[in-house]
Design a protein around this ligand. Sequence first.
Ligand SMILES: O=C(O)CCC(=O)C(=O)O
Length: 267
Amino acid sequence: MQKQPRQNASIPPAQTDLFGGAGNDANVGTEVAEASEAQQSALAASNEHARCDVTALEGLSDYTESDQLHYYPSQFTAQADHWFSCLQANMPWRQDTLTIAGQQRLIPRLQVWMGDKGTDYQYSGIALTPELWLAPMADIKQQVEAIAGCSFNSALLNFYRDGNDSVAWHADDEAELDDTVPIASISLGQARRFSIKPKKHYLQRLASMGHNVSGRSATRRQELHHGSLLLMMPGVQKRWQHAVLKQPEITGGRINLTFRKVRTRSR
Ligand SMILES: O=C(O)CCC(=O)C(=O)O
């Protein structure tokens, strides 16, 4: 059975001030480049108060824990500067090409696909063969696994060079992703706005259940801060879409790491 994220306290009830109450940026203040599991537990505990549920629409009758996002604004504050500079300098960043309506377009960001052998992955027509784990990614993976309570075998690294880089509305719902495992997203560098809204089929279902929501009214937004962790429960990919849209006024760079579990043949 899929393990749930480690609970140091019970998950707080869905909040009506969605995305609004996530503002605690307290520096957890521990040097944890080589953090032990005990240190990670302590960090998670000290960060616990900052966790909030961000996708819940108040009163949805089929809302479940599987739809939740948990935002930990300061989970990796202590490691964030080091990770950002190390990843920016040392990853084999590349700009891949998408084919849209027969036309080739460079994606508006740099990326790297990293993982265990056999974790090949494809999205939007881009076929990705994994780079094997490079430092410090294996260490970051271990630290995030300790908090998420599950194991990951791959990660997509995105580098947004400035506010003109973006990722369009999508869900990470490809068949090769294990849809019982959460996706864990770490943000480093410039804070950027993460947006999330129900997929069309989910909006229709909500309407048929008598909920008066539109894509616009149901859209939620969250600034993802330097050193933060966002855990997306598996239902998020089934019923919701997310995006990091352009913010042209922003000049700083941002790195995002999304840890995932790809189904491999040996599974
Ligand atoms: O940069 C982010 O926060 C989101 C990245 C994302 O949506 C993805 O990797 O699928």
